[in-house]
Design a protein around this ligand. Structure first.
Ligand code: UDP
Length: 337
């Protein structure tokens, strides 16, 4: 039922060299792999935990030779017994196509997963970070969205497994904090993109770039007037690190995202122009409960963390397009960043 603890992460004592032992669930995923890399660069021991549902070893191949890096195949819906100083709980498919493929498992990952990771944090007295989401705001009636906004989420729709799962995870984090004094950090992540997204990720930025590079039709869902605000991965990871390092009172929830807001059709035009693609545009049905607008109010992150994104959409797209060009031409080791 549970993993046998292995390697240095079963040792009760602190890391030999005084670094922190940090666990990243979902560590081989898009965000997780960048986070593992950053934490290693800062001199920490990193335990990367993943069930490889959407994660990929390719994303961390370049880290495997580092003696401070360890991978454990494990599904966080089952308990895990390791000794650890900090936990970043990122595990959960984040693309609507993937999280709706097995919605029951998505709920379990968010809810049972949170309970298991919070239990681990409670026992080891580890500080724990939760990757929450702008999806907790649902189809928002308030624009842009501040953290105080309680959201407009359907509890029974096809997105609910993710939205409500993440909302329940936030509830658990704050209950473990109040009831047991667990030190928590909750980030609400807005749409993020960058290198290492899978070609079949299904989210809008990767879909449009892959379609454009293949000169296939760009699939706009609905009329393309719905908006999203796209954050480049490096900026987001910087926000994670700042939030984890913030003083104990800073629990969040805290929005992390780029406030630059774009219509989906504007994104399509920009990608076609930047790739010099011959792709046309096809309009497809808008998925049920697809939010009509989304833009973070990042005042709290700016005040409490001194954080704001630095990479604008055009710059981030350039880097991401370069990655997918490399990937589609057969690149395998995702050293790319
Ligand atoms: N979308 C689209 N074409 C695609 C994929 C997504 O028009 O090929 C739209 C989708 O309907 C949504 C927006 O792009 O309005 C962002 O979708 P994504 O799946 O990236 O993330 P979401 O913010 O909906 O979780």
């Amino acid at each position: 039922m549970f993993s046998i603890p292995v390697g240095k992460h079963q040792q009760r004592s602190k890391s030999m060299h005084g670094q922190k032992r940090i666990m990243v669930t979902g560590g081989t995923g898009f965000l997780g792999s960048f986070l593992c890399e950053r934490l290693l660069r800062e001199g920490n021991d990193v335990l990367c935990v993943d069930n490889f549902y959407t994660g990929s070893r390719d994303n961390v191949l370049h880290l495997l030779d580092d003696p401070r890096f360890e991978i454990l195949r494990h599904d966080i819906t089952f308990p895990l017994y390791v000794e650890i100083d900090e936990i970043y709980n990122l595990a959960c498919p984040a693309s609507p196509v993937h999280y709706q493929h097995d919605p029951v498992q998505t709920v379990k990952t968010n809810v049972h997963g949170a309970i298991n990771m919070l239990g681990l944090a409670k026992r080891t007295k580890a500080k724990i970070f939760q990757a929450s989401t702008s999806e907790v705001y649902g189809d928002p009636a308030v624009h842009p969205q501040p953290e105080e906004y309680r959201g407009s989420v359907s509890p029974i729709g096809p997105r609910a497994c993710y939205d409500e799962g993440k909302r329940c995870a936030e509830t658990l984090f704050f209950d473990y904090h109040r009831q047991y004094g667990v030190e928590i950090r909750v980030a609400r992540i807005f749409n993020t993109y960058g290198p290492r997204m899978q070609t079949n990720d299904g989210r809008v930025v990767s879909n449009f770039i892959v379609q454009a590079l293949r000169n296939e039709p760009i699939t706009i869902f609905g009329d393309g007037r719905q908006t999203r605000s796209f954050c480049y991965v490096d900026d987001l990871i910087d926000g994670f690190i700042r939030l984890m390092a913030a003083p104990a009172g800073v629990t969040g929830p805290i929005n992390l995202g780029n406030p630059g807001e774009f219509q989906v059709r504007e994104l399509a035009e920009m990608v076609i122009e930047m790739t010099g693609s011959k792709s046309g545009i096809v309009f497809k049905a808008l998925p049920i409960d697809d939010p009509t607008q989304r833009k973070p109010d990042i005042s709290r992150a700016t005040q409490q963390l001194g954080w704001q994104p630095k990479v604008n959409l055009r710059e981030g797209l350039e880097r991401t397009i370069a990655y997918f060009e490399w990937k589609l031409s057969g690149g395998v080791n995702n050293r790319f960043s």
